[in-house]
Design a protein around this ligand. Structure first.
Ligand SMILES: Cc1cc2nc3c(=O)[nH]c(=O)nc-3n(C[C@H](O)[C@H](O)[C@H](O)COP(=O)(O)OP(=O)(O)OC[C@H]3O[C@@H](n4cnc5c(N)ncnc54)[C@H](O)[C@@H]3O)c2cc1C
Ligand code: SF4
Length: 312
């Protein structure tokens, strides 16, 4: 792997200072939390910021899981390991507990944060490569070009969002609190996904994800993923499922394009149709380590198994 490029490095002690730096530098700055997703991208030359803003110093203010009047608030700097070990989450939000448990390996879970997990960039076999490797191909949509190397004639980038936590959080109806120099706003987590792999999030370079907010728990549900190496890998297919006592709920299918697919249901009949609907909806291209048809099949089987397992 290559050396890190040159950049200015700052370590603000408060959220106010971090927001002020973001507002001064805009798209030229990038936030560094655990660094487990960002640092490999910097080394590959996929991101070339002028300023890296290390936010770990702010852990005291932004690393928490707290229950406030039936609403769960998770600070962006909480680690995946803390989510996995939290008894409140384990007992009330099973899909989130399982997603954290299956994320990468325990050492990465201890370093990686919830905010960084949600806002990790999309991936593609033609993109997550060294600069030298990429030189063998024309610049694609994701690096400012006008073609897709994975799908000849493709009209937009379909690089894949492979985060573990977002599908689980969306299945639970999570929202996020975003801060910027304009103030604070809350929006459903699914609304931060743009659907375009070139710029997968609808947030701007000056937005800061402060916390995740979960409504009163839906007791049943789960999360599962298929990965190449069981000890560490990103999902090739993943799905989350949450259901309440009235049989209302949500299935979320990830790793199937730039944003997760969401299916709400309010009866067993509707629920049973979801694996087939997900299979039909997926328009995958050859940009992951398994062929598109196989990945579609994997996702369908994963959803079927998850429903069978958790509906008992
Ligand atoms: C070997 C390996 C295996 C991995 N396997 C998985 C896996 O199975 N599943 C998975 O989901 N991920 C996986 N990852 C990716 C990564 O480890 C996790 O997603 C991790 O949770 C990222 O968190 P972080 O704090 O390290 O993020 P960082 O690398 O610090 O940041 C990631 C991105 O989020 C932005 N960001 C971070 N915090 C904020 C914030 N508060 N507001 C706004 N922007 C922010 C950063 O600017 C950056 O663009 C893997 C990584 C490696 C190296
Ligand atoms: S899907 Fe196409 S446009 Fe997107 S990163 Fe891959 S090759 Fe580039």
């Amino acid at each position: 792997m290559s050396l890190l490029p040159d950049f200015e490095y700052r370590r603000p002690g408060t959220l106010k200072d971090a927001i002020s730096l973001l507002s001064d530098y805009g798209e030229e700055a990038v936030l560094l939390a655990g660094g487990t997703a960002l640092v490999p991208r910097l080394r590959l030359g996929l991101k070339r910021p002028n300023l890296v803003i290390d936010i770990k110093e702010m852990a005291e203010d932004l690393r928490y899981v707290k229950n406030e009047a039936g609403v769960l608030r998770v600070g962006c700097l909480s680690t995946i390991y803390e989510i996995k070990k939290n008894a409140l989450i384990r007992d009330n939000y099973p899909s989130l507990h399982e997603a954290a448990t299956l994320m990468a390996s325990e050492d990465i879970q201890q370093r990686g944060t919830v905010g960084g997990n949600i806002l990790q960039d999309t991936r593609c076999t033609y993109y997550n490569k060294s600069e030298r490797w990429r030189k063998g191909f024309q610049s694609c949509f994701k690096i400012g070009g006008a073609i897709c190397n994975a799908a000849k004639g493709g009209k937009k980038c379909l690089s894949v969002y492979s985060g573990d936590l977002a599908p689980a959080l969306i299945s639970l109806g999570a929202s996020v609190c975003i801060m910027s120099s304009d103030g604070e706003r809350e929006l459903p987590l699914e609304d931060i996904f743009s659907g375009d792999g070139s710029a997968p999030f609808s947030l701007t370079g000056t937005d800061f994800l402060k916390e995740i907010i979960l409504p009163i728990a839906r007791k049943k549900g789960g999360y599962d993923k298929f990965r190449l190496r069981k000890s560490i890998d990103y999902p090739i297919a993943n799905a989350a499922f949450s259901i309440d006592d009235e049989h209302h709920g949500r299935v979320v299918v990830g790793s199937s394009g730039p944003k997760p697919f969401i299916y709400d249901f309010s009866s067993p009949e509707e629920l049973n149709k979801i694996p087939g609907r997900a299979y039909d909806d997926m328009r995958l291209i050859n940009n992951m380590s398994f062929p598109p048809l196989y990945r579609k099949h994997l996702a369908k089987v994963l959803v079927e198994r998850l429903i069978r397992r958790d509906i008992k």
